[in-house]
Design a protein around this ligand. Sequence first.
Ligand code: ADP
Length: 804
Amino acid sequence: MTNIIENNHESLNLPVIALRGLVVFPNLSIQFDVGRKKSILAISAAMEHNQKIFLVAQKDLADNDPDRSQMYPMGVVAQIKQVFRHSEDGLRLLVEGQHRAKIQGLTQESPFIEADVVIHETAACPKTPKSEALMRRTQALFEEYIQNYKQVPPDIILNVVKQKDCGRLADFITSHITLDYEEKQEILSELDPVKRLENLIDILEEENQILEIENEIAAKAKEQMEQNHREYYLREQMRAISYELGEDESPQDECDTFREKVMELALPEKSEEKLLKDCARLAKMPSSSHEYNVLRNYLEICLDLPWNVSSDEVIDLEKAAKVLDKEHYGLEKVKERILESLAVRKLAPKNNGQIICLVGPPGVGKTSVARSIAKAVGCEYVRISLGGVKDESEIVGHRKTYVGSMPGRIISAVRQAGTNNPLILLDEIDKLCSDFRGDPASALLEVLDSEQNSSFYDHYIDLPFDLSKVLFLTTANDHTTIPAPLLDRMDVITLSSYTHEEKFQIAVKHLIPKQLKKHGILAKQLKITQSAVHEIISSYTKEAGVRGLERNIAKICRQCAKVIVDDPNAKTTIKKSNLEDYLGPKKFRHDEISKRDEIGLVNGLAWTSVGGEILPIEVAAMTGTGKLELTGNLGNVMKESAKAAISCVRTRAENLGISTDFYQKMDIHIHVPEGAVPKDGPSAGIAMATSITSALSQTKIRHDVAMTGEITLQGRVLPIGGLKEKTMAAYRAGIKNVIIPADNVSDLAEVDQVVKESIEFHPVHRLDEVLNLALTEMPKPKKSQPGADDRKPDPLPDPAVSQP
Ligand code: ADP
């Protein structure tokens, strides 16, 4: 149903004014200014005739001369009530809207616009329950609007209550609320009064919500401002009171103190000048302002730096050797290299060229060696952990204009040391990362470069600082991941895994006495027997270093301390038999390798950042369609290496008694247990090839043989890294024979003597040699498919492995 009665479509020809951002409604008076020439001429034309004019909103506010397409179709025919000249070329107009009307067409565009318009008069809306409900809802919403939006005069509400017609009510409210002209135009264009009211309700609901949020925000902001003012006054009062009581320095006094300190520091001229300027700036700032505190903080940090404070560094090689020996067992080569570096530092203090980098798995004493060096030389020691540092500004600081800015880690370390010649340990330099925030490695280059670091520039300090006297030392787990330019400047000293015997000696000579002292226990109160120490090493730890071992000893000490507190005369002895009472059940098995020769199971050797490990590799060959399955969390390189191993075996299939079509008729599954540990690298190549040959030819592999080596498609064995760590793992597991690439023979010099004594090494060039050594029996050439019937009789294992 429609309530529109288009009143005889009366058509008029009227002068037109295009309104910018303004919508006029019927039955309402409005005053506005007119400046455009066309509009002024239109008014003159209307005044000469019947004072009627057509007012219509233009779509684009920026358009200075809108044409028909730039005007909304619906406007209002209005009666001009008054015209004043309010400026030289501007008029002020009071008009009263009369009827909605639609433009039919422009009859003239110049000198002013004239158009044919058709009046659309709406009859009074009949009263229905729906219209009544809508009117009441609108009135309620409008009341709420007025409460939220305080700028509407409250007497308007009286007129709203008086309105009895839906359409008129909608027009009246729309013209009195603050709305976008486009939304107002939508209300004007709606001829159905009920729909018009419904649209208005939607708008009012949304507006009320927005106003409520706006008011909330305003209230909060006001509260915050009042709080800030309050704090400001209270602070100022407090300061004034303290000053009167002589408890606090006045800002001026504070600046004078800073100035005196700057003068005392005897800084280079430019730096001194800059700091004095900052002092002068501080004196002019209101003492409670944020800037004052930032600048004051900056000056405090700058003045706190050890610009000219050095500790008395004495390099006495004999004494240094004693300190190193006293605090560390073994590590002969490492100590020797360190003493050499110290000798160079003594002879040529300016030649800070090569930085020592201690590389080794965790817990082998890198950090504690560094601490000993500081002690030996008599300088301060500070450690900076670089693990996970991604941001350049962590090294060189943030500019002090940043909120919460601070100096970088290097300057903070120097400040912490309190001298300008400390030993700074840059720990875990291989764990630096770089991302979009800059490259911390290149920032470190500047720090470590002896050419540049005599005027190191921290963004926060904003002054050059001399780092040339600092003794830098770095540590890493794996030198291959140190950024190349950094590695270039370093003198790498490798600390490798400890043997069981070394761990035992370290425990007895260092860790146990150290922990006893730390826990306040006397040697007579706690005794740990030798067998118990051996047992802790083999059954409670599995590590390259001695951290776990130290932790277990600390655990025993803690429990013993409790007993001593209860009874000071108590004496505890830890033996192998009662170790479980203190450390719980054993965590690791003694032997990780299989006790029997098996088909498809080989002992590989892996090298991880925590040292060497036995890497058992299992292969199963099953009748199938030639699928290859690789499981056990293998990295891409290892997967490729597995594929190369298969192809290599395939080229030799006939000679190895393997059916040549195994790649079509057998499925091969290669599994490397302990799936939770990621594994990668090419060094398991020969181990995989051996295991595949074993599974396909159904020949057993010796359980006391371990191997490492990369494989090529031709079956050549290529050299690998980490031989020392890998052989150590083999030694720990009780392996007697280790197959290594012939090219790695020179690395055997590095391998520990104990390991060499108990393991026989077999250098090889080709896969055939490996198979000869590792398989219990060489498979005989044949062409049939391996199956249950073809299986060889199990030969008696031959304990002696032939030398190549
Ligand atoms: P890293 O820095 O290599 O991870 P730490 O320096 O933290 O290892 O060493 C761990 C613990 O082992 C320290 O308490 C350290 O004193 C001790 N330690 C390591 N190696 C030796 C050693 N050769 N002699 C004596 N104590 C050692």
